[in-house]
Design a protein around this ligand. Structure first.
Ligand code: C5P
Length: 221
């Protein structure tokens, strides 16, 4: 399994990370959450008052920003420059601005390089928006996960309630639709299904059903 590379792409809240984490744990592969990397940079920019529209300033910031993952029983911690930012990067102000940061082509170039380096000597399950199309075009298996906006908002709403976070269904639907729009209409590697990716609509599926379907696809590789 050490050389297996699995790319999982799809829109916001389509279940990518939950599914990717499970597959990685079961197959003893490294899980790389590329969304967390863009979130970490966004978090640092907001902390340091760096203008998120200024590509150059973001590139300079990213060069000084180290982003690492550390596995734990629930998934993983995200560290940036030695500080645990696992929870901070899920904040609404990060979620609602990350797509602006991720739209800069020079930022993406550096991120893609880091992501490719992580997969160089390791078997990985990597999730994001451009993994099958740009980061790992030769992945052994490419999955494109989709679900209706309503279903994705409901899943996020339930998660928020469980975590005790304030949550409004209508706002969630709007935010998800807006992030989908920004991520799929940007010029630089937009969210798009790779030609050789297998599309799974998870709207009416449980997490375990999705995981099982992917495991069956892995067996056929
Ligand atoms: O997956 P997640 O929702 O955490 O990603 C946060 C944001 O990071 C996305 O909305 C997108 O703007 C950006 N992203 C990206 N390319 C990736 C992963 C995430 O542009 N490979």
């Amino acid at each position: 399994n050490k050389s297996l590379t699995i790319a999982i792409d799809g829109p916001a809240s389509s279940g990518k990370s939950t599914v990717a984490k499970k597959i990685a744990a079961e197959l003893d592969l490294i899980y790389v959450d590329t969304g967390a990397m863009y979130r970490a940079l966004t978090y640092q920019a907001l902390e340091k008052n760096v203008n998120i529209k200024d590509q150059n300033a973001l590139v300079q910031l990213l060069k000084k920003t180290d982003i690492t993952f550390e596995p734990n029983e629930k998934g993983q911690f995200v560290f940036s420059n030695g500080v645990d930012i696992t929870h901070d990067i899920r904040d609404n102000n990060v979620t609602n601005t990350v797509s602006v940061v991720a739209a800069h082509p020079e930022v993406r170039k550096l991120m893609v390089k880091r992501q490719q380096d992580m997969a160089l000597n390791n078997g990985v399950v990597m999730d994001g928006r451009d993994i099958g199309t740009v980061v790992l075009p030769d992945a052994d298996l490419k999955i494109f996960l989709v679900a209706s906006v309503k279903e994705r908002a409901e899943r996020r709403h339930k998660e928020n309630k469980e975590k005790g976070i304030f949550s409004d269904m209508d706002q969630l639907k709007k935010d998800i639709a807006e992030r989908d729009y920004k991520d799929s209409t940007r010029d630089s590697s937009p969210l798009k299904q790779a030609e050789d990716a297998i599309r799974i609509d998870t709207t009416k599926m449980t997490i375990d059903e999705v995981v099982n379907e992917i495991k069956q696809l892995i067996q056929k590789i």
